[in-house]
Design a binder for this molecule. Structure first.
Ligand code: NDP
Length: 443
């Protein structure tokens, strides 16, 4: 262990049983520690260790009643990682496989991602081990009400502002916001991703997917490559995947796959606009499966991932660690030149090493999917101003923010036509969070 590594190793030893959190820390520290070593300012005041340890992790019980009148109990969490730049900000995830480790890794990632947007937002993340699949609308509403009854103690427009993520879309945000208002008697921007009818922002629903394509366009342009006609393999069939596909089709690219927890759907010639709409209709709200769809020219592969197809750009948009070593080999064999991470930390460390060894251009999630939280930041601004901006204005701001993030990645990632986007995003974000943290003194 080198001296520079010591704080990282200490934090890892102190947090056994949190492999995803360790993975996220190691991924960032891989580039940050050598940089900090050369910049004595960043070695002052135990800064690295302060950035590795979350401000706090909150856990609470969520008690609710199902349609049969049975009392059900779930665990809820809110991870508040760092608020040096602004109030904690990050989504809520409802999924049976989450635990404290999940939210610690996501809140850490969120801190760095939010810093890249240039907006005053710190990093947080939360949710519950509640499975919305197979639940009635009434059950989901009662769960959201019970969840917010606990969560409201820890959030507020200048304290911590949650939004959606896996399993939490605009319907759930509506139920959560309704409960927040009822308890606090305040109609204020304590949540983002709201319906524009009561304080939400235009473009927020599509922002993560559209922003991802704006970023991808900037990367390709930097390398003199056109997005038009590129074959893109997507995983996932939720908010991020479907809006990424929507923007890719608008840009003339071809989308050749989607996937969900049951399998993947391939159309080697590319899905049409009409087919995308059919997929959207099936997948919107919990329950529909890609396997139910009978679309011309498509092939459904049960229990399979989409990476064995032929394509130019891989875009994982489902969940963490979905790209394992075997998938990395398929991506390399497909001849793809780019991997654009739309989901958070979708690539295992072993898979990432293989992809980087083959010089694949990897666009990290904290840059590629920052568009969602960026528009959440714009939603906060609109709520504070008591204004609603037009679609055109918000979309323009989103494009500018994604362009700015690209410039940061180029500046810190080596410039030229061999930009290291992982290094660029990590260092660009680190400098902002570190400078703000140091300016606060020992706090
Ligand atoms: P959704 O819940 O809308 O969709 C998730 C999709 O991924 C679904 O199609 C789901 O399948 C699939 N999926 C989830 N887990 C698995 C799994 N273990 N194996 C296979 N498929 C899986 O979530 P989002 O689209 O909102 O989020 C996707 C990713 O993007 C996440 O990593 C999230 O953190 C990240 N992200 C989301 C943002 C947002 O604004 N929503 C912002 C920034 C990042 P099924 O339909 O069968 O459940």
């Amino acid at each position: 262990m080198s001296k520079a590594d010591a704080p990282l190793q200490r934090v890892i030893e102190q947090t056994p049983g949190e492999p995803q959190y360790h993975q996220a820390l190691e991924d960032v520290m891989d580039t940050v520690l050598p940089y900090a070593d050369e910049h004595p300012d960043y070695k002052r005041q135990n800064l690295i260790e302060r950035l590795l340890v979350p401000d706090r992790s909150i856990q609470f019980r969520v008690t609710w009643m199902d349609d049969e009148g049975e009392v059900q109990i779930n665990n809820g969490w809110r991870g508040q990682h760092n608020n040096a730049i602004g109030p904690y900000k990050g989504g809520l995830r409802f999924h049976p496989a989450v635990n404290l480790d999940t939210f610690k890794f996501l809140a850490f990632e969120q801190t760095f991602k939010n810093a890249l947007t240039g907006l005053p937002m710190g990093g947080g993340k939360g949710g519950a081990d509640f499975n919305p699949k197979g639940k009635s609308d009434a059950e989901i509403m009662r769960f959201c009400q019970a969840f917010m009854t606990e969560l409201h103690h820890y959030i507020g427009p200048d304290q911590d502002i949650p939004a959606g993520d896996i399993g939490v879309g605009s319907t759930e945000i509506g139920y959560l916001f309704g409960t927040y208002k009822k308890i606090t008697q305040l109609h204020q921007g304590a949540l983002t991703g709201k319906n524009p009818a009561f304080g939400g922002s235009c473009v927020r629903t599509e922002a993560t997917g559209h922003g991802c394509v704006y970023f991808l366009q900037a990367v390709l342009e930097h390398q003199g490559v056109q997005l038009e006609d590129q074959r893109c393999a997507l995983s996932g069939a939720g908010n991020v995947a479907l809006h990424t596909a929507e923007k890719l089709l608008q840009c003339g690219a071809r989308v050749i796959s989607f996937s969900d927890s049951g399998g993947c759907l391939i159309n080697a010639d590319g899905f049409s606009q009409k087919q995308l709409q059919q997929i959207q209709q099936t997948k919107t709200r919990h329950g529909g499966s890609l396997g139910d769809l009978k679309l011309e020219g498509t092939e459904y592969r049960e229990d399979a991932k989409p990476w064995e197809a032929e394509y130019d750009i891989a875009i994982p948009a489902a969940t963490q660690n979905e790209i394992e070593e075997v998938d990395a080999r398929h991506i390399i064999d497909s001849g793809a030149r780019f991997l654009c991470e739309a989901a958070n930390m979708p690539t295992t460390q072993q898979a990432m090493s293989q992809l980087r060894e083959k010089n694949l251009c990897v666009i990290p999630a904290k840059a590629a999917n920052a568009g969602g939280v960026a528009v959440s930041g714009l939603e906060r601004a609109q709520n504070a101003q008591r204004l609603s901006w037009s679609y055109k204005k918000v979309d323009q701001c989103l494009q500018e923010i994604m362009g700015d993030i690209h410039r940061i990645c180029v500046d810190y990632g080596g410039g030229g036509d061999q930009v290291d986007y992982i290094k660029g995003a990590n260092l660009g974000a680190f400098v902002r969070v570190a400078d703000a943290t140091l300016a606060h003194g020992c706090y």
